[in-house]
Design a protein around this ligand. Structure first.
Ligand code: SF4
Length: 300
């Protein structure tokens, strides 16, 4: 079978994740032990690579039992209580909060009145934002949850940086319709520019190929949004976390295959996926050889 394979040039780590991963690697070389509060990236393959280098993933409860050590804060950011805990426990923080998230946190802290955050409940970035609002924020995941908003009072609405711009617009318009005075709704478009640009480009990329292989960790919030976008534009879109999930029945001779991923998908994983497809779809004679290289992929 012959197929054309293209890797989406816009896919791969966003600037915030590149910075956090690079900082982790630099510090792993110079620290006896290095902890990260939560998975530094929502991608198991990349996380495993860093764990093998010595990175230890902990939660906040575990951080409360440590002292005199170094903990890295990932790109999503943290609420003020984490910084207080670090001070109490004499923990040195390496703060890799993305500058875009830092700006959003500051904006929320400086805004008075009712605050609505459009984002995923429990997501690390959203927890950090809620912490900055000091009890004034409600989190809305979708239009079904807008009842949480007090429509009789002015509203300042912000978005988690990785949300779908169209969905954010829809949520804002539904809230506006319900407000006693719609002119008191202030929309802060805080979706990361890098993410927003990817949306329109990825739609075009998905339309331009017969098959889309979307590589992403299953915990990635941005991965879920972008894969859904691919699916809307190409019904032969498949989401995978590892090469072992790829099935031969997804492809036909002459297909053009697009390989893409989330802001938490490393470039090396996209490249290895494209290489794997190129090799496996081109030749079955050597399948034994490739199963030694890439493992035993029975579905192929
Ligand atoms: S998606 Fe944007 S805001 Fe979020 S970490 Fe990446 S660069 Fe920063």
């Amino acid at each position: 079978m012959r197929v054309n394979i293209e890797i989406d040039k816009d896919s791969g780590f966003c600037n915030g994740v590149v910075r956090a991963v690079r900082t982790a690697e630099q510090n792993l070389a110079s620290h006896k032990e290095l902890y990260t509060l939560g998975a530094i990236v929502h991608n198991n393959s990349e996380l495993d690579r860093l764990v093998k280098k010595g990175l230890k993933v902990i939660d906040k409860e575990q951080m409360g039992r440590l002292s005199g050590t170094t903990v890295l804060i990932r790109a999503h950011g943290e609420p003020p209580s984490t910084y207080e805990l670090a001070r109490e426990r004499n923990i040195n923080l390496i703060d890799c909060t993305c500058p875009v998230v830092l700006q959003l946190q500051k904006k929320i802290a400086d805004t008075s009145g009712q605050i609505v955050i459009f984002g995923k409940i429990g997501h690390a970035e959203v927890n950090g934002l809620v912490g900055r609002a000091e009890g004034r924020a409600v989190v809305v995941e979708n239009i079904d949850q807008i009842e949480k908003v007090d429509f009789t009072r002015p509203v300042n609405i912000f978005s988690q940086t990785t949300k779908d711009p169209d969905e954010f617009e829809l949520v804002c318009s539904k809230i506006r319709e319900r407000m006693a005075d719609p002119s008191t709704l202030v929309v802060h478009n805080t979706i990361c520019r890098q993410v927003a640009q990817r949306h329109s480009r990825l739609s075009a990329f998905a339309k331009n190929h017969n098959v889309i292989i979307f590589v992403s960790g299953k915990e990635s919030s941005n991965g879920k949004v972008l894969y859904e976008l691919c699916r809307q534009n190409n019904d032969r879109s498949y989401s995978i976390q590892s090469l072992s999930q790829i099935e031969r029945s997804w492809f036909k001779n002459g297909d053009s295959v697009g390989v893409c991923g989330a802001t938490s998908t490393p470039k090396w994983q996209l490249t290895s996926c494209a290489r794997f497809l190129k090799i496996r779809l081109k030749s079955y004679i050597c399948s034994k050889f490739y199963s030694i290289l890439y493992g035993n992929y029975s579905r192929f």
